[in-house]
Design a protein. Structure first.
Length: 511
């Protein structure tokens, strides 16, 4: 959990310090806590040691902030362009606020200025004023259109003639497809097999005859590898979903809009993290124009590649990821985005997939917003002090949560509901060994289940060659606290009952 808290500036007199954005100096990080309130602030930002960069202790009363490094040339980082690996140190620098402002002017006719809506639900829960930045209202229902247009609008006529290629879990592909169609550029799009059909249909709709869609690979990273091979073979330009300065600057234009839309700097902007492009872009702009705003990343717990990169000091490839938040489920963080996030000292908090599922349902049922899992990440991370939320805020603060996308198949809501119930402790699974005799199920219903318990799943095969037969039983509860009573009744029952742990293969078959 990250708590945003107002604190007086106490300069350290020795040792090392840990730095965040915006930053004051601290010699001892507190346990995952950082509070934002509405009073005039000198923020002290503390988070997990794994997210911190250890630096020499600063002088007394430092005014240094995490964004002091305005333009840093990458060293030893390889990029990809038109099938030729190039060293980014020779061609590009990390994105700055100036580049974000130029991107905003460049793409102004291609995107909408997405509205900031006050969330009464989240504001009531936290006591803060919580805005939702509605990028789900873009033509392609996500912010990815910004980076795609900013990239392609800078191509020369010769580069456009070579064509473009990209990999995407769906949202970048839609922005890419629309840009190809409007700018009359031939494009090839690689999407993984896990991409929802709704996204694939929309990609083809936006691209028309200008794009070809190739469905291959199990994850975004697989599709990315295929796109790189295609670029190398054909000479087409690779339009990165997040790891190119042009893409990052385009996505960072969200921050310029927030700055113009609010009368004062927000205390915090919470941003979903996949490859890191939108977080890096927003932070680059905020460092210059909103220095008192803390930019925080919210990353899927089951695909926390940027958190892993920060812990390792370099991007690393995760062996297994949970693809539930498909728009942010990336095995390996970007090289450029990692460097920017590392240099800016941005805190990133993991968000459990079940919590994201619950937030999707709240956004739909209360706020009337259809958000995809990645689109609900930022607001899913937010909560009131004392809650189990990854990020908590104090009453009176102003917080912006980015609703990054709304491309979601309605068929996925059964999975969303399942994950939500499990996360909230309202659904549990058991193996029950029933004696193969009449009345065994009735005794289970009468003696074990409580008045508010309900059987949601019952899978049983009678075995004539055994005295007992196992059943896989899913039970929903009226309240999370009802579990203790259920387990007590199970212990007292003569039936052999075993709770299925959430890390078991059997559990993962259903959730």
């Amino acid at each position: 959990m990250l708590l945003l808290a107002a604190s007086p500036s106490v300069p350290p007199d020795k040792g090392t310090c840990r730095i965040r954005s915006p930053v004051e100096w601290s010699t001892s990080p507190s346990p995952r806590s950082h509070t934002v309130d509405g009073a005039p602030r000198r923020l002290i930002v503390r988070s997990r040691a794994r997210l911190a960069r250890t630096l020499p202790a600063p002088p007394a009363n430092p005014t240094v902030r995490a964004h002091i490094v305005r333009r840093l040339v990458l060293t030893g980082c390889e990029g990809h362009n038109g099938g030729v690996l190039i060293n980014e140190a020779t061609t590009s620098e990390l994105v700055t606020a100036t580049e974000v402002e130029a991107a905003a002017a460049r793409i102004a006719d291609s995107v909408i200025t997405s509205p900031l809506h006050v969330s009464e639900r989240l504001s009531e829960v936290t006591g803060a004023t919580v805005y939702l930045k509605r990028e789900d209202l873009q033509a392609v229902r996500s912010y990815k259109i910004r980076g795609a247009f900013n990239f392609m609008l800078q191509l020369t006529a010769a580069e456009r003639a070579r064509g473009v290629v990209c990999a995407s879990a769906g949202n970048h592909a839609q922005g890419f497809a629309r840009a190809c169609n409007e700018l009359d550029i031939a494009g090839v799009i690689f999407v993984p097999k896990t991409t929802p059909r709704q996204k694939i249909d929309r990609i083809r709709h936006f691209g028309g005859e200008d794009v070809e869609v190739v469905i291959d690979g199990s994850t975004y990273d697989d599709a990315s590898d295929l796109a790189k091979v295609c670029a190398a073979r054909t000479g087409a330009l690779l339009v990165s979903a997040f790891d190119d300065p042009r893409t990052i600057a385009g996505q960072g234009t969200i921050a310029a809009e927030i700055h113009a839309q609010l009368p004062a700097e927000p205390d915090a902007i919470i941003v979903p993290v996949g490859g890191g492009g939108v977080l890096a872009g927003i932070a680059a702009y905020a460092a210059e124009h909103m220095p008192d705003t803390t930019v925080i990343g919210a990353e899927p717990e089951g695909a926390a590649s940027m958190i892993a990169a920060l812990a390792a000091g370099r991007p690393v490839t995760l062996e297994d990821i949970d693809s539930f938040a498909d728009g942010a489920a990336v095995r390996r963080a970007g090289e450029i985005t990692f460097r920017m996030i590392q240099e800016l000292g941005l805190p990133i908090e993991p968000v459990p997939e079940g919590r994201t599922a619950s937030e999707m349902l709240d956004l739909y049922q209360v706020d009337g917003i259809i958000a995809e899992p990645a689109g609900a990440l930022a607001s899913a991370a937010l909560g009131a002090p004392g809650s189990a939320a990854p990020i908590t805020v104090h009453p009176g603060s102003t917080v912006v949560c980015l609703v990054s996308g709304g491309n979601n198949d309605i068929s996925r809501y059964s999975e969303v509901l399942e994950r939500s119930l499990v996360h909230e402790g309202l659904k549990h699974y058991f193996i029950v060994n029933f004696p193969q005799e009449p009345g065994a199920l009735r005794r289970f219903l009468d003696e074990v289940l409580g008045p508010d318990d309900d059987i949601a799943l019952f899978d049983y095969v009678k075995r004539s060659d055994r005295e007992t037969g196992p059943a896989f039983v899913g039970i929903t509860l009226g309240r999370p606290d009802d579990l203790a009573g259920l387990l007590e009744r199970m212990d007292a029952s003569p039936l052999q009952i075993e709770k299925v742990p959430q890390d078991s293969p059997l559990f993962r078959m259903f959730v």
